[in-house]
Structures are given as C-alpha cells and as structure tokens.
Design a protein around this ligand. Sequence first.
Ligand code: SF4
Length: 460
Amino acid sequence: MAEQKRADYASTRPQATGAWVASVEEGSPAWEAGIEPGMRVERVNGVVPRDLIDWRWEADGGTCELEVFDPRDGTTTPCELWREPGQDWGVDFTDVLFDGIRTCVNACQFCFMAMLPPEARATLTLRDDDYRLSFLQGNFVTLTNVSDEEAERIVTCGLSPMNVSIHAITPEVRRSLIGRHADRGIEVLERLLAGGVEVHAQIVLCPGINDGDELRATLDWVEARPGITSLAIVPLGYTKHSRRFKSSYSDDPEASRAVVRLLEPYQERARRTLGITRFQLSDEFYVDARLPVPPAETYDGYPQFYDGIGMLRSFLDETALVASERAGDLARIGATLAEKDLVAELVCGEAARETIDGLCALASPEGRLRTRAIRNDYFGGDVNVTGLIVSEDLLAQLPADLAGTLVVLPEVMFNFDRLTLDGDSQGRILEELRRRGALTAVSVPNPGDYLDALLAALDL
Ligand code: SF4
C-alpha cells in the first residue's frame, strides 16, 4: 500500500471511526504486529480513539490491544502490541484529530476569516476552535464550545498548558466582541484553572472596544489567576475587505504608547512578585509606538513566540550573535556577491524590512545583500507581515528581469503543503523566478538560517 503523507494539522474531513495509519517504522512493535500504512486503528484497548490524546492515553503502557481495519479485504483483526520501556509504538497517523475538527460558535468582530478576499481558498476560511488543537498544536481557542464532559477530560487527562483567547472580561464587552456564547468561555476557563491546568492567554486588542478601562479590568482579572502564566496582547489587524474596521494601532502611535504604558505596572508587579514579566505585548505595539522592543530577559523564555511576542527581539539578538560568531561567513558572502557581481534579496513583509536591513548591512555595507519588502495588496489594510505574503503580490512586485539576483524566499509564506495563501505552489514560483533569470533559495527568516541559505546558494 502506498505510504500516506503524515499531517501535522487536523483534518477537516469527517472520518468513520478510528485512526488512519500514515506510516509504520520498520522493526517497531506496530510493524511486528503487521500494521501497515493505509490501515485504520478502530479500537485501542476497546476504546474508539477520537484523537491523538485518546491514543496516547490508552496506549500508555507496555502492551495494548488494537482492532485494525484493513480496507484491502474489508476485515477488522484484533492484535496485541508489546514494547520495551521507553520504546515508541512506531506508528504515525494521518491526522491528530480522528473524528474531524470542532469549528467555532462565535462571531468575533475582529475575525480575520471575515476579512478575507472573496476568492480565498476554502481551507483558509475554516473557523476552527478545537480545544484539542490548543493542547496538541498550540492553537488559541475560546472554550465557548466546550461541554462539561470535555472540560472534565481536559482536567483529568492533564491537557496542560492550554492556549486560550480571553479578549475581554466584562460580560457585555465579551458578548459584543465574540458573540452570545461568550460567558461559556469564561465559565470553562475558571474550571480548568481550578483543576490545575496552566493557561497561556491572549487578547486581540481592538481600539475603543476592549482597550482602556476594559483592558485594565481584564488585566486585573488575569493578575488574580496565577494559573494564567502568560498573557499576550496582539493588536487588531484589518484588511481592505473588512467592513467594520478601517484603522488600528498601526495608524495611531499615541494609542499604541497608551497600551504600552497601561501594561507597565502589571509587568513590574509580576517581575517583583513572580520573577517573570507575564504580561506581554506583541512586537507591533512597540513598532507602532516608535519604541524599542524590550530586552530578551523580559520575555520569560518566549512562551508566546509564535503569537508574535518577542520575534523582533530574538531576531535582533541573533543578528548580534551572528555578527560576532559568524563574521567569517558574513565576509565570505559579501565578497562572493561582489566577485560574482550579484545582489541577494531577502524577501520579507514591510514590517520586517528595517530589522532585516541590520543583518544585510553586516554582510555587504555596499548594499549587495538587501531586503525586498513586498507590499500586501492582496489583503491590503494594515497587513504587512512576512507570513502573509502571497504569490500574486510577490510576482507583480519583483522585476521582470532578475538576472544577477539571488532571490531568497521566506519559508513562512508557504504552508505545510508548500502553498501560498493565494494557492500558488513553491515549485511554480521558484520556476517563474528562474525563468526571469534569478538564482533562488528558500529560508527560515532568521539570521542564522539566512546565512546558511546564502552560503548554500552561493556554493560556499
Ligand atoms: S473564534 Fe476565531 S475563528 Fe471563530 S469567529 Fe472568533 S476569531 Fe473567528
């Protein structure tokens, strides 16, 4: 049977029962038991697994009994697996959720899904709000669709930490912001905290709605709940397709500074009493307020890095590290670009340009390594981050003649399947750039990886 590709995201397709096998490691307990890719594990110790959590919970010991369906002959066969202490079962599944994804019951005013271009791919418009993905993948969830049984499961199985969106604490403000199920989210959150679940929380801050006094009230509420170990505040983002929002903190430096100031006493108290900053602002607030980003030690080990908290600080610090530890590589890149009469362009969103410019100047003060910031016309509004660059804008804004240019694309503009948000593939884009005469590379957008990608592309 052909090996199916392993997914690191949840499937949206409703499944029958059980977990489809994606791959089996040779010589592993699953392999010894005759399990093959394409089969389906229907029961584990008599239980139909709903998701990876059930699988891990049930298959926790040294043995487990499975019922495995083989689509080739339509039979279901029992089998028993054994393993040595510390040994893996050696089986991966196609999805982390076996019974489909839970979608949200909210109607958030700031929902990005409601601001997408009409032609956006269907998978982009999926409004998932599944507590299991909060534990398994770090997605933020509102808990508004969690039943009592599910809340109990989170506590009993110790699904901790969870990432939870709070947004506001006053019931009327919450209801106006996220819809009529808002109260349920807080009820469930209180249960989880009482049950010892650690929570990383998030607020999407919308000017004039949940900032000011409402933000103060929310911060007071969080401060009184030590189980919430980090709180990230990110600004409302809007696109040109939003009917509700036409501006945000990106258009108002003073409003951004007010948020920075409002947070300071909470951060100071947390440092004094807990030794951590706990209350964090996303990088955009500092950029919008024209303030320097705080030092690394205030980010508490970056628990919400992928929510945009501390990425800038981390990039700046890694640039400084690269300057001192990889000076030889930087010099070789600069010299080779000059020798071969090439320029290298690091493609990024407009928000990242200034930060990445600092790295470029280290390798080539005469400008042979530079940024190519792509304006986001596809989403418009205040969207300017690297991860939301689309093919349409990239190809329209890069010159038709790219001879003598090494174009380095940021890996974050592609999803797991190497597709852009407007549905183009990495392979096709690279082909088009080469057709225009460019040398190409793809890199994770951080200093060390950029250097590795440049060295490889220049054959150094
Ligand atoms: S919970 Fe998320 S997906 Fe659902 S409406 Fe709110 S922002 Fe959109």
